[in-house]
Design a protein. Sequence first.
Length: 364
Amino acid sequence: MSYVDDVKAIIERIPNSLIDFNVPRVRTKAPSQAASNFVTNKEQGDWAERIIFNAINETSNTLIAVKYGKSDDIIAGDAGFSDFFETFQNELDTIGKRPDLLLFRKEDYNEQFGKDISRFEEHVIHNYVKHAIAGIEIRSSAFLIDKYDTYMQNRVTECAREALAVRDLILSEYLDLLSHKSRSKYITILESITNETLNAISFKVPGWGSTDRLIELNNLFKKLKKNLQDVKKRSYLSITPKVEDLTVVNKWIQNFNVPHYYFQVFFDKVFAISFIDILTLLTDSENEGVKYFIEGDVANQNKKTIKIRARSTHVIAQKVDEPVHKSVRKELTRGQLLFYVTFENGYAYLDIDGLKSVLGINEW
């Protein structure tokens, strides 16, 4: 079976209620203006793409990374943005979403096109793109994942300890109040709280307030509920493909038959997962809540987003040198001012064996 056939076979096993790849894409309306945080996020994404592009081309003897995804330095509010946006929407409907980078073997690399084909008309490079061995979508997140994981692990441990301590305090100091028949159900709830059930217990805070001791007890239940909620909060960073992006990535794959991958760049490490592995995760409902979850993402206009635990994917860079950042002032055509951050320098120290494993190749 070809790569396209493998993708089609896996998609057939994904419930339509989760993603229906047959539903036509709804075209996005062009934004009327850009916000500073949007521009900063774009600059951060461009930086992440650059460090992966540079790391591959500086370390590989047999492969060449080529810039392919749309990289025009134009935002809402700039002259010509509306035409640019409509052209981009048309391309999504015809060939799908271009990955940021393509990988070519040196013997297939065309020096006449060079290492940046992002501005070439699609018909000019269509057949050339089919010779790539990988398409790479680069995502970035302004976190130090090692520090984040340590902090969240300590936080969850402390909340669990505090929840069990509050449980014990209530049972030892307020059992007489809970023994009343109108409150006795809370004894059962408290006795069911253990290290193993902390993630599963939920209850409504009673709302007692007729005596000082009942107020104290009610406040303890509030404290207990807060700690249980904090234990349940998802405490990991993710690779976050939007559901609508998976459909246009699939369209691109169907057109070019090139294996596709997501790279997630943190400011200390880089992780990767293949498009096929993402789809495979979604075929098994038992993975939801464990290896991934789905929710509306505030950072993505609250669009339905699949959040895959980064640590469950593959590390392809064990170290990243942070960029130098500086503030920039941009004046738009109608006099609006934007102040945002740009990123320069930085470097990703690739784990070559890990990257080769993800890409399913032997050469480098």
